[in-house]
Write a protein that binds this ligand. Structure first.
Ligand code: NDP
Length: 484
């Protein structure tokens, strides 16, 4: 098989197999072909990975931040040098077009390794002067063994967004990719070793949800960082709480994008395309509720339809292809199920809506108009290429409707009136907001959700606080006064 790794898991610096584990078929979404077969981790594999991470943590945390950072930056360089090969692997794992994977996956992982590698040497505590010459100093310490659990849409990026800040702070990690896309995290682990990382600081175990659950409940684990859906997030958060573990939850969304009638229509249409159809719509922060001011609705829809007709759908390995298959037949059926619900509820199908014939899991980019707030397609996360266009009259009305959701991952506004833009983003109940663009997530900026969309932030300096804790040291320069 074309993409068969040496073994299923990467533990203590080497590939490890235990064929007792349940079989995982890795399927190329463009053809339905099995491209690799792995085994889910058995309890023995989970234990081996945690033991390895536990054994590696003291030595890793004892290195200077600069030394740790150097390894991460070297890993970033290796990833960049191998970007094309890693992108081919990512395309086969996820079905995303090579046009996307060459610019948004290994490169984004490398950005995280470089950024946190650069920060590692600057992580410090502080000195706090007190009365009478006493003072406090704080020591920033690693948490210990961290568990990362990934979704299937950005496997390399997620493996690095979690691994890089964890390792920069001196933690070790056991990472479990989604069983749908298990291949590229193994490459991240290999590259770290090649870059000089001590064995055991970044282990990868494969598996279904039960493997994730075993990791989350283990008493050796200090922190859990999950990227996944809200229902999984609730389970993982509750399990982590029982052990008082630190958590970061990057969960789903149903984000609003508001287009006012003074907006540059071409830019707004571009934003709506990026925020609904990139990665075949399988992006957590997508702006899937597109609120368009009533007087420009038809102009917006006709320009959107024209532009969507230019999407090149096909073989994701063809560099001209801009729209690939969905990750799995299951995800395709979920999205098609929502299309049926949208039609049944009376939304107007503007374009798309069907599966594309063939062995791959392709679906047409789909737009519904005249969607109302109560419709299921406007309330639930679809995680596929299905855009809902809703119309509105006033700013006050659209603000309230945009926030009327349990989710709060992202939100965007397109308008030429900058005062209004800032007023709108101040009112958004969302972790990441956009003015006149959509869905950019540079490593320098915090990323994460409010409300049911998550807890904590990834990327930026803020991620450091989620992978380290402060020890407070009170130093007395005076005699100790006791009452008796
Ligand atoms: P899931 O929630 O189904 O799974 C996420 C991960 O959790 C998988 O690795 C899964 O394993 C694992 N898992 C499942 N059950 C448990 C459990 N009880 N304990 C521990 N781990 C468990 O999400 P998907 O993989 O389907 O990804 C899509 C979702 O991810 C969407 O809702 C999307 O919005 C969200 N997402 C959020 C992002 C963000 O940054 N906010 C970014 C990308 C996606 P297995 O797959 O084997 O079941």
């Amino acid at each position: 098989m074309k993409f068969q790794p040496q073994a299923s898991h990467f533990i203590d610096g080497a590939y490890v197999e235990d064929s007792e584990g349940k079989l995982i078929d890795v399927i190329y979404p463009a053809t339905g072909e099995v491209i690799a077969q792995l085994h889910s981790a058995t309890p023995a594999i989970v234990d081996m990975a945690l033991k390895s991470a536990e054994a590696a943590k003291a030595e890793w945390a004892a290195l200077s931040g600069t030394e740790r950072g150097r390894i991460l930056r070297r890993a970033a360089d290796i990833m960049r040098a191998r970007n094309y090969d890693l992108s081919v692997l990512e395309t086969h794992d996820t079905g995303k077009p090579i046009q996307e994977t060459t610019v948004a996956d290994a490169t984004s992982g490398a950005d995280a390794l470089e950024y946190f590698g650069g920060l590692a040497g600057s992580l410090t505590g502080e000195h706090i002067p007190l009365a009478g010459g006493d003072f406090v100093y704080t020591i920033r310490e690693a948490l210990g063994v961290c568990v990362g659990i990934g979704a299937w849409n950005y496997p390399t990026q997620i493996a690095c967004w979690k691994g890089a800040p964890a390792l920069a702070c001196g933690n070790t990690m056991v990472f479990k990719p989604s069983e749908t896309t298990p291949l590229s995290a193994l490459k991240v682990a290999e590259i770290l070793i090649e870059a000089g990382a001590p064995k055991g600081i970044y282990n990868v175990v494969q598996g279904y949800g039960d493997v994730g659950a075993a990791l989350v409940t283990d008493s050796r684990v200090a922190k859990v960082s999950l990227t996944g859906s809200v229902p999984t997030g609730k389970k993982v958060y509750a399990a982590a709480a029982a052990g008082m573990k630190h958590v970061t939850m990057e969960l789903g969304g149903k984000s609003p994008m508001i287009v006012f009638d003074d907006a540059d229509i071409e830019n707004a249409v571009s934003g709506a395309i990026l925020g609904n159809f990139y990665s075949s719509g399988q992006v957590c922060s997508n702006g899937t509720r597109v609120f368009v001011q009533k007087n420009i609705k038809e102009a917006f829809l006709s320009r959107l339809s024209e532009r969507l007709a230019n999407a090149k759908i096909g073989d994701p390995m063809d560099e001209d292809v801009s729209f690939g298959p969905m990750v799995s037949e299951n995800q395709l059926n979920i999205a098609l199920g929502y299309v049926a619900k949208g039609k049944a509820e009376g939304a107007r199908l503007v374009c798309g809506g069907d599966r594309i014939d063939g062995d791959g899991f392709y679906m047409q980019p789909t737009v519904f108009a005249d969607v109302t707030d109560e419709m299921i397609i406007a309330r639930e996360e679809i995680f596929g290429p299905v855009m809902s266009v809703l119309d509105f009259d006033t700013e006050e009305e659209v603000m309230a409707r945009a926030n009327a959701t349990e989710f709060g991952l992202a939100a965007g506004v397109f308008t030429a009136d900058l005062t209004r833009a800032h007023r709108i983003v101040a009112g958004f109940e969302a972790g990441t907001c956009y003015i006149n663009t959509y869905n950019l997530a540079p490593v320098e900026a915090p990323f994460g959700g409010s409300k049911m969309s998550g807890v904590g932030r990834e990327n930026s300096k803020l991620a450091i606080n989620h992978f380290s804790e402060m020890k407070t040291v009170y130093v007395s320069m005076n005699d100790v006064e006791a009452p008796y």
